[in-house]
Design a protein around this ligand. Structure first.
Ligand code: LLP
Length: 415
């Protein structure tokens, strides 16, 4: 299958639209998404899981633009949320409340009350006090709450320490060895309905083994629970499937799903997955232009108009994003650049020591920026957030306006 981002006559396109046209019309920095790529990824999951009862709950935090959520909702996707803000986004995007699961270690009274009122499918419970809080609120509202308990299987996801979540040292989930006691307690509560079990061991995981190890342990627990009279209707394996940013070779979506389905053989259980990155990372880029080429003391810098406030992954995780010039030059020599933004911090960089054929005012596509790009962006240095554009075939549409200067302080007040 042809990638949604490709060169034609030395020009980089997203689907049938030249990125240069998008920059011309809407300026930079701008996030650009390919809706066909998003749909292809979603369908790769549903196709691979067609013989397995399942629900895909897209992890909204990866990219929460309501146009993308709407696109997934129309396909029948569910959603994994971690805040009321995400809940409201899903509702605004036409998502089905009965397909929403609510994750997170710190759900407050208001979160639980609102989610129960609206009627979400399931709370992924992360601690004993959270379970008791849900029971108390559900009882007060006289609305039983469906829950799954997030267990921590103590599996090393072998990913960046900031996004690894499945070890005993992490704040997430409950110790798998104590989970039975917690399920027994849950069963004794009047307004708690035990629905499932879940785990999420981390993000950008590029091997299949950690998932299968976690699954193995969760299945063991399900068998033990059955023996003590507790039936589990769904198994939620979380998200975490990695993508290729540089030279990683993660399992593709169908291989990953097939391996899980294989391990579930013979069991009557619904599988829930919460993919974020695997659906959206490679469906989006951040388009930026080179303001200056600067010869430093020891290095050459390409100073671009996208910065750490637009895409924080390089600064925060030392993440690597591929850079592609929007116009491929033949008459320019390659040089080595640190590609940096205008923010006043040395930590503000997009890429280091990259070989590029570029000159000032060129456009560059920062690849694989669809996940945890815009959703982690900020207004640091009082920079308005970037515009977001969605492309399908020949058509490009604004799905979020570039913020204006007055947007920057519209919630502030003079004394
Ligand atoms: N489910 C839960 C409970 C999660 O905490 C996450 C991500 C997901 C699903 C989706 O994981 P994914 O399929 O996207 O790997 N900002 C970091 C990633 C943080 C992931 C947080 N949790 C980054 O830019 O790499």
């Amino acid at each position: 299958m042809k990638s949604s981002f490709h060169y034609r006559d030395r020009q980089l396109y997203v689907e049938n639209v030249p990125l240069a046209h998008i920059a011309q019309q809407w300026g930079t920095p701008t996030y650009v998404y390919s809706l066909s790529a998003l749909l292809d990824n979603y369908q790769a999951f549903t196709h691979a899981l067609q013989n397995q009862p399942h629900l895909i709950c897209y992890a909204v935090k990866a990219n929460s633009n309501i146009a993308l959520l709407n696109c997934l909702a129309k396909q029948g996707s569910g959603f994994d949320i971690v805040s009321l803000g995400e809940l409201h986004r899903v509702l605004a995007a036409g998502g089905d409340v009965r397909k929403i699961v609510f994750s997170g270690v710190g759900k407050g009274e208001l979160d639980i009350r609102n989610a129960l009122d609206i009627g979400i499918a399931c709370f992924n419970v992360e601690s004993a006090p959270e379970l008791d809080k849900i029971q108390a609120i559900a009882k007060r509202l006289n609305k039983p709450a469906s829950i799954s308990i997030r267990v921590n299987p103590d599996v090393d996801a072998k990913t960046h320490p900031y996004i690894s979540t499945g070890l005993k040292i992490h704040k997430f989930g409950v110790d798998i060895d104590n989970a039975i006691k917690m399920y027994q307690h849950a069963q004794s509560l009047s307004h708690i309905k035990i629905h499932g079990i879940d785990c999420h061991i981390g993000s950008q995981i590029t091997a299949i083994e950690p998932f299968l190890q976690a699954l193995d342990q969760v299945l063991d627990l399900i068998d033990q629970l059955k023996k003590s009279g507790i039936d589990i209707a769904h198994l939620n394996l979380g998200g975490g499937l990695g993508v290729r940013y540089q030279d990683e070779i993660p399992p593709d979506i169908s291989t990953y799903c097939a391996a899980i389905v294989q391990q579930l053989k013979g069991r009557d259980i619904k599988l829930i997955l919460e993919p974020g990155r695997a659906l959206v990372a490679n469906t989006g880029i951040l388009l930026t232009h080179v303001e200056y080429i600067k010869q430093g003391f020891e290095k050459k810098f390409a100073i671009v108009d996208a910065a750490m406030n637009d895409l924080i992954r390089p600064s925060l995780y030392d993440a690597w994003h591929h850079l592609l010039p929007v116009i491929e030059h033949q008459d320019i020599d390659e040089d080595i650049y640190d590609v940096v933004g205008p923010v006043c911090e040395t930590g503000d960089f997009i890429a280091k020591q990259r070989a590029l054929k570029i000159k000032d005012q060129d456009l560059i596509a920062i690849m694989s920026a669809g996940a945890y790009g815009f959703s982690m962006s900020s207004n640091y240095n009082s920079r308005p957030r970037a515009a977001e554009i969605a492309v399908k075939g020949d058509s490009a549409r604004v799905v979020r306006d570039r913020e204006t200067y007055s947007d920057l302080f519209k919630h502030e007040h003079l004394l």
